[in-house]
Design a protein around this ligand. Structure first.
Ligand SMILES: *Cc1c(COP(=O)(O)O)cnc(C)c1O
Length: 345
């Protein structure tokens, strides 16, 4: 994470790959046109590939990476997908189904038997674990075993766990997806996505989807993401330990009716007593916590998830998703307690 993706250690060389701003290259190497490759992307891909145990490809967003993965689905084929996946993916799958592009079998990903039963005959199994924002956990190894037998490609959205807590390729998945916007970059200043695979044929298809689909990252974003991923281990360590402390306390707070926390990671979803309006008031009250969408930055963020357009109805109206940051945990706690009290819960 720290040593990979650096220039060769030669006397006088920089220790960091600079952002390469160019649209084309002088003939003589494999690099010709910058829609097909940029050394700034390669630095990030080398780091993420080493962490996940495969070959990574960087895209302009997590959704661009998802769209590239979905190009693998033959027309009219069946996809197994989580009921309550990340809302962007959920919407793309629903719209594709309505348009006749594919069929979707929706499953509760925390029910391993239901997932296994849905796989025969499917071309692609889309898993997310933990899910956003219900934090359901899937048995990835069990699903991958069935999928392999049934010749279905398994995609795992590993955005919430990060490769520090879960390496899906080692569990039998074919493709790992990241919204690199989140923990990997970690500073709420870029939108990026990535796919990682060990399979040369899949890698070639996904590279082609990027080059010809055109959803390529900007050099500046790739450079910022590489700077961000260097500190992933220390940021995520702190965020996870803060989250464990908060999750243990939140259930005792008046106004909190349910705490969803899978026991690892730095995301917590709480359900508030009251209605959407009172939950909005709680979300707007803090001085430290940012009332904003997205996650995985150094700062604690929360939002009432159903306030987001297209959020699946599986998400309760008063669910507040908390992305726990790396601040002093007592400062975060005080802010949560004060916000609930101020909003009169
Ligand atoms: C944010 C997110 C995405 C989409 O990524 P973008 O970078 O916003 O395009 C996909 N999956 C999960 C789990 C996410 O949280």
């Amino acid at each position: 994470m720290v040593a990979t993706g650096r220039p060769p250690a030669e006397p006088g060389a920089g220790v960091v790959i600079p952002p390469t701003f160019t649209s084309t290259y002088v003939v003589g190497t494999d690099l010709r046109y910058a829609r097909a490759g940029n050394p700034t992307w390669t630095a990030f891909e080398d780091v993420l590939g080493a962490l996940e145990g495969g070959e990574a490809l960087l895209y302009s967003s997590g959704m661009a990476a998802a769209s590239a993965a979905l190009t693998l689905v033959p027309h009219g084929a069946t996809i197994v997908a989580p009921a309550g996946a990340y809302n962007g993916v959920d919407t793309v799958l629903r719209e594709g189904e309505t348009a006749g592009r594919w069929l979707v079998r929706w499953v509760d990903v925390s029910d391993a038997d239901a997932v296994a039963a849905a796989i025969p005959g499917a071309a692609l199994v889309w898993l997310e674990s933990p899910t956003n924002p219900l934090l359901q956990v899937a048995d990835l190894a069990a699903a991958a075993e069935v999928a392999q037998r049934e010749c279905a490609v398994v995609v795992v959205d590993n955005t919430f766990a990060t490769p520090l807590l879960q390496r899906p390729l080692e569990l039998g998945a074919d493709i790992v997806l990241h919204s690199a916007t989140k923990y990997l970059s970690g500073h709420s200043d870029v939108i990026l996505g990535a796919l990682v695979t060990r399979d040369a044929r899949l890698h070639a298809a996904l590279l082609s989807a990027r080059t010809l689909g055109g959803a390529i990252p900007g050099p500046m974003e790739a450079w910022l993401a590489t700077r961000g991923i260097r500190t992933l281990a220390v940021r995520f360590d702190r965020a996870c330990s803060n989250a464990a402390i908060l999750a243990a306390r939140l259930g005792d707070l008046a106004g909190v009716s349910r705490v969803r926390y899978p026991g690892f990671g730095a995301m917590i979803s709480i359900e508030l007593a009251g209605d959407a309006e009172s939950a909005d008031a709680v979300c707007a009250a803090p001085s430290l916590i940012s009332n904003s969408t997205s996650l995985g930055g150094v700062e604690t963020q929360w939002e009432r998830r159903r306030a987001i357009p297209n959020e699946p109805v599986t998400t309760p109206e008063t669910l507040v998703r908390i992305s726990v940051g790396i601040e002093d945990v007592e400062d975060i706690w005080t802010d949560i307690v004060t916000a609930l009290a101020a909003a009169g819960s």
